[in-house]
Design a protein. Structure first.
Length: 254
């Protein structure tokens, strides 16, 4: 039974992941997410229903457009698969409780942000405002304990990132500042701090390796959204364990 539920969650995830690709690509350009129908950006070939089956269509077409045979970005199936996997594993971490609704909403936000940030280096205000409203409603009915931890987290996330954005003079985008206000409201004080630490750690390690292997050049801008997603989901799912481990480790001989 659990395997069937996980499979269904995965299938729903890849379907939503396909939709999140569309949202992440169109909203920054102020285009409708409903019309026109999806088409090849190179030749304009309008995709048929069988060409838009998540993951499967990409594999059957060998990653190429049926119209012009140009390469289709692997970002599409990757985001679909990632969404499916996260939808399937989320119940394992938060259980079948009200918090699962928050978890799936958080995953949805990040999938859209990753697509948008990778393609345009933008985290759209419209997306943040929309999800801020959803999270507000969710935290009214599924509050943190204590309830004011959401407010403290929002203020902390916004203030911390704002200071860094001002000091770095462009090193941190204001989209990230607004995003962390929303994340602070979802996570609370401790976890939003852990989220920022892990996001920065992931960014430094992966960015450093990318420069070492000359995948990116020095001072070349790198989208921070994917690292925020990785750091925040790590903090959200395993935050208590990470904090407890650090406290115990520091007490035993740091």
């Amino acid at each position: 039974m659990n395997s069937l539920i996980s499979l269904l969650s995965f299938c729903y995830g890849i379907i939503f992941g396909s939709f999140f690709n569309v949202v992440g690509l169109r909203v920054p350009l102020k285009r409708s997410i409903v019309a026109p129908k999806s088409s090849c950006p190179k030749c304009g070939h309008q995709l048929k229903a069988y060409e838009m089956i998540p993951v499967i269509s990409y594999l059957l077409q060998k990653g190429k457009c049926r119209g012009c045979q140009s390469r289709i970005s692997p970002i599409y199936p990757i985001m679909e698969l990632l969404t499916g996997i996260l939808f399937a594993v989320a119940p394992l971490f938060v259980g079948w409780s009200g918090e699962l609704v928050v978890a799936l909403t958080l995953i949805s936000l990040f999938m859209i942000i990753i697509v948008s940030d990778i393609h345009y280096m933008i985290i759209p205000d419209k997306i943040l405002i929309w999800f801020a409203g959803i999270f507000l409603l969710e935290r009214i009915f599924i509050p943190l304990s204590p309830w004011w931890d959401s407010l403290l987290g929002a203020v902390t996330g916004f203030t911390l990132l704002l200071i860094i954005a001002l000091v770095s003079k462009g090193g941190m985008g204001f989209g990230d500042v607004k995003l962390y206000a929303v994340l602070g409201f979802v996570l609370g004080f401790k976890l939003v701090l852990l989220s920022f630490f892990l996001s920065t750690l992931y960014g430094a390690v992966i960015g450093g390796l990318a420069m070492l292997f000359k995948i990116v050049k020095k001072r070349q801008p790198i989208p921070f959204g994917p690292f925020i997603a990785a750091g925040t989901l790590s903090a959200y799912f395993w935050g208590s364990e990470i904090i407890d481990f650090y406290i115990n480790f520091s007490r035993n001989g740091f």
